[in-house]
Design a binder for this molecule. Structure first.
Ligand code: TRP
Length: 335
């Protein structure tokens, strides 16, 4: 049971840029839900971060609703954890401006996501900032505001987001160096399983690689997609390398430890075929996500209910952000 009186705050956001995948759930949502036992949890939908790439209003609205329904379907309890939409909390954007006045541009030039685009542009012989909006460049500042507006202590993220949390901490340090201890310094919390969720082709499961497994597909289509997971060509009787096998790594992320150990032994000894493991994995995924999928479908069809939960989350989130913004404004001298 979550402890609402606990004072440490865990905060994280997900961008609504595509339908939720098994990788999002195992790597990020599941570990974040586990934290709600020990922390006050603030989980939000980073719709204004998604606006850096999603430029279709109906689509952004749909993806936002889908992501909210996903959090609720997989077990976020809105009475104990806050679930809100970033854009519903205007305090964050005021904090973002203040922080931008303390964020060295050189620091943002070095942010991985921006650097990768610049490098790709230069390689292709385009202007370095081709296709880069100020929103994209300032992405880490808005993320710092998401975090610092709530005095977050821990920020559960994937490894790819760790640098962004460190940037938030650097910006907090810059503010504190000027005005004294105004902002709390957050810690990134990187769950080890996050980096080990492979997609169907063995690379990290990622929408940008097109190798994802959907979280809420029906049994038939999920099974079909599991059957397509790429393996080596070892025959059933041959010994196999569990760590090097995509199927095994996915199995390990969903099966209980004794079953994982049993399968590991069978891999090493030989005598298990990949087809059998695929069937077992597909059956487990179908069983594990059956109840959440039903809840998801109910919520996805009930916009009013999801909107009411988001509105309540936003109201409570604003109550938390308001004193932090006031503290910051007093420090900088705008009140
Ligand atoms: N940038 C994160 C991602 O792409 C999403 C995000 C936005 C976030 N604001 C945040 C994560 C604040 C943690 C804390 O996954």
């Amino acid at each position: 049971m979550a402890d609402p009186s606990s004072t440490t705050i865990a905060l994280t956001g997900i961008k609504p840029t595509g339908s939720p995948t098994l990788g999002n759930y195992l790597g990020m949502i599941r570990p974040a839900l586990a934290l709600t036992e020990r922390h006050r949890a603030l989980y939000f939908i980073a719709d204004y971060h998604a606006l850096t790439t999603v430029h279709d209003g109906a689509e952004l609205r749909r993806l936002t609703h889908e992501l909210a329904a996903t959090w609720l379907a997989v077990g976020l309890d809105p009475r104990t954890a806050l679930l809100y939409r970033q854009s519903d909390v205007p305090e964050i954007f005021e904090v973002a401006w203040i922080l931008s006045c303390f964020a060295p541009k050189g620091l943002l030039n070095r942010a991985h996501a921006y650097k990768a685009i610049v490098e790709a542009n230069e390689e292709a012989g385009r202007a370095s900032d081709h296709g880069v909006s100020m929103g994209l460049f300032n992405y880490p500042v808005l993320m710092a505001a998401d975090i610092l507006s709530f005095d977050a202590d821990v920020v559960p993220v994937g490894l790819d987001q760790k640098q962004h949390v460190e940037i938030a901490r650097d910006i907090a340090d810059a503010v504190n160096a000027t005005y004294g201890e105004v902002l709390r310094r957050p810690e990134p919390l990187v769950d080890q399983t996050t980096q080990t969720i492979p997609g169907t082709d063995g690379r990290k499961m990622s929408k940008s690689y097109g190798n994802t497994l959907p979280l809420f597909a029906d049994a038939k289509s999920l099974t079909k997609q599991v059957m397509r997971i790429v393996t080596d060509s070892r025959r059933p009787e041959e010994p196999k390398d569990p760590e090097g096998d995509t199927l095994f790594r996915l199995y390990r992320a969903v099966a209980p430890e004794p079953d994982v150990e049993a399968l590991r032994q069978r891999y090493l000894a030989g005598g298990v075929g990949y087809g059998e493991v695929k069937e077992d994995l597909a059956a487990r995924l179908v069983a594990e996500f059956e109840a959440p999928r039903e809840r998801y479908e109910e919520l996805a069809a009930d916009r009013a209910r999801v909107d009411a939960i988001l509105a309540d989350g936003a109201r409570r989130a604003r109550e938390l952000a308001t004193p932090v913004l006031a503290r910051l404004r007093r420090a900088v001298g705008t009140v």
